[in-house]
Design a protein. Structure first.
Length: 129
């Protein structure tokens, strides 16, 4: 089966973000395909490269980044939600005259059309909020 995931929970709700990651890992282990992971709302904060976690807490940002890179997952951050929360790439940084980009390199910024595309090309669209 082909799945797409929508992640709306931030790292501050790490149990949800962690459950979503465990679900994604289980999909791959069971030889399902992940078409896309779409980060929306507070979920875009998981793509913030500047986040730092205390050593005694799970670094859910790094865990997601490692999974995305290892599995070559199409990871899309909603551009409107990202802009609102300061998660931007170098193009948006220049456009809005900001000093730096904060989007981790494993992710790309795009619009809600990518979410619609994911729902069309997937057998199941699962949301974690």
């Amino acid at each position: 089966m082909i799945f797409s995931l929508v992640i709306q929970a931030s790292a501050q709700k790490s149990e949800i973000a962690h459950s979503a990651l465990q679900f994604a890992e289980a999909l791959i282990r069971n030889q399902h395909q992940i078409y896309r992971v779409f980060f929306y709302g507070e979920g875009v904060l998981l793509a913030n490269e500047c986040s730092v976690f205390p050593q005694d807490e799970m670094d859910i940002h790094s865990a997601w980044r490692s999974f995305i890179a290892a599995q070559k997952i199409d990871a899309v951050v909603c551009i409107a939600a990202g802009l609102r929360r300061g998660v931007i790439n170098s193009n948006e940084s220049t456009r809005y005259q900001k000093n730096s980009a904060t989007l981790a390199p494993e992710y790309e910024l795009s619009g809600l059309g990518q979410l619609i595309d994911a729902s069309v090309h997937s057998d199941r669209l699962i949301t974690f909020a």
